[in-house]
Design a protein around this ligand. Structure first.
Ligand code: SF4
Ligand code: SF4
Length: 354
């Protein structure tokens, strides 16, 4: 059973608890579940309902996270569970995020099942804890070129306790820990987790509070705080899904680019093309909107990449402009990069980690 004592909550009167893992601060009566659907008040104590419950697992190109400046060309063992604390109507992963255990997941797992280690890999042996299985799985994946483990597919904060426990084990074994996250987490749990994290891709879904409030039931400023804290602690890349009529106003892209450059102009920004998903039926983002958004963001940022376009994305040397990394969708080649220097001009390249 994946139920496990939760961290980050406060006891209230009459058996109620307040969860302070994320900015929603759900107040839960006895027997109630939080907005995320995975944290439960049982007898006045908070429990997580998805501890160790792996709903999706795959060995992915790291570019798929997307991370373009972190071990380019490598693979990473990627896994996720159920639950999310935002409610985006354009979600491409709603099955895992909110539909819970009654719908199909993705990857190699059976939909909605609790996966014992033996169900996932053929020769897992017997592990007392799923985190021990993950440790073994991660070490095995190294042979296939994996650099570590990415917590992705759903919001990694939704199984915070499991992620933190696994991250500590992975770090001991020299494995990289990656979070692909919506950034909707309180500062204290984030502060505790960051020393165990090597890289994050954080969604900044829009740059207006209205978008977050009306569409995702969240607060923009909380996500921006996460980006600032993460950028001071680990490698960070940002993804923004450009939605026509939603967040594609040139002034909004301008504000996003300027704000991000104020943290660090080397932070890669992935502008991803929207396609209809979940309850959103409006048409896909026009190509010229993607191009305009790219041009605006590039005024501030050194690295802007277009996603969901069947794209070729190049990373140039910031000094001489020679191509350092060439990507054709998920085929990645380091063409002018060796010993952390540009082969062409010889300048150090400290903005790509490998
Ligand atoms: S993590 Fe879940 S239960 Fe806790 S505050 Fe956020 S939405 Fe509510
Ligand atoms: S934050 Fe991500 S997983 Fe959660 S609802 Fe929004 S798009 Fe879906």
């Amino acid at each position: 059973m994946p139920r496990h004592p939760a961290m980050y909550y406060e006891k209230m009167d009459e058996g109620r608890v307040r969860c302070v893992l994320c900015p929603h601060h759900c107040r839960l009566q006895e027997g109630a579940v939080g907005l995320c659907g995975v944290r439960l008040n049982l007898d006045g104590e908070l429990y997580t309902e998805n501890y160790e419950e792996i709903a999706s697992l795959a060995l992915d190109p790291i570019e798929k996270k997307p991370l373009y400046h972190f071990y380019p060309g490598s693979a990473i063992l990627s896994l996720g569970t159920f639950g999310c604390n935002l409610f985006c109507p354009f979600c491409q992963n709603y099955a895992l995020a909110h539909a819970g255990r009654s719908v199909s997941g993705q990857g190699i797992s059976e939909a909605g099942s609790e996966l014992s280690p033996g169900q996932i890999i053929p020769h897992p042996g017997s592990y007392a804890r799923s985190s021990q299985w993950l440790e073994a799985m991660a070490l095995q994946a190294v042979a296939d070129g994996s650099v570590g483990v990415a917590f992705t597919y759903n919001e990694p904060g939704m199984w915070y306790e499991y992620v933190a426990e696994c991250a500590a084990i992975l770090q001991e074994h020299g494995q990289k820990v990656v979070l692909v996250t919506n950034g909707y987490i309180e500062q204290e749990p984030l502060r505790k987790l960051l020393p165990l994290v090597d890289a994050m891709n954080i969604d900044v879904k829009a740059f207006t509070p209205e978008f977050y409030r009306k569409l995702c039931r969240g607060k923009l400023e909380e996500v921006l705080k996460t980006v600032e804290m993460a950028a001071a602690a680990c490698h960070v890349e940002i993804t923004t899904l450009i939605i026509p009529g939603g967040n594609d106003d040139p002034g909004e892209i301008d504000n996003l680019g300027r704000w991000l450059a104020g943290i660090d102009s080397h932070i890669p920004l992935h502008l991803s093309r929207y396609h209809p998903a979940f309850t959103f039926t409006r048409g896909a983002t026009p190509l010229h909107t993607m191009e305009i958004s790219y041009q605006i963001a590039r005024e501030y940022l050194d690295f802007v990449y277009l996603g969901n376009l069947g794209e070729t994305n190049l990373t140039p040397c910031l000094n001489c402009g020679e191509v350092l990394i060439q990507r054709d969708v998920y085929q990645t080649r380091l063409v002018n990069l060796a010993d952390h220097k540009c082969n062409s001009c010889g300048k150090p390249v400290d903005y790509i980690i490998y």
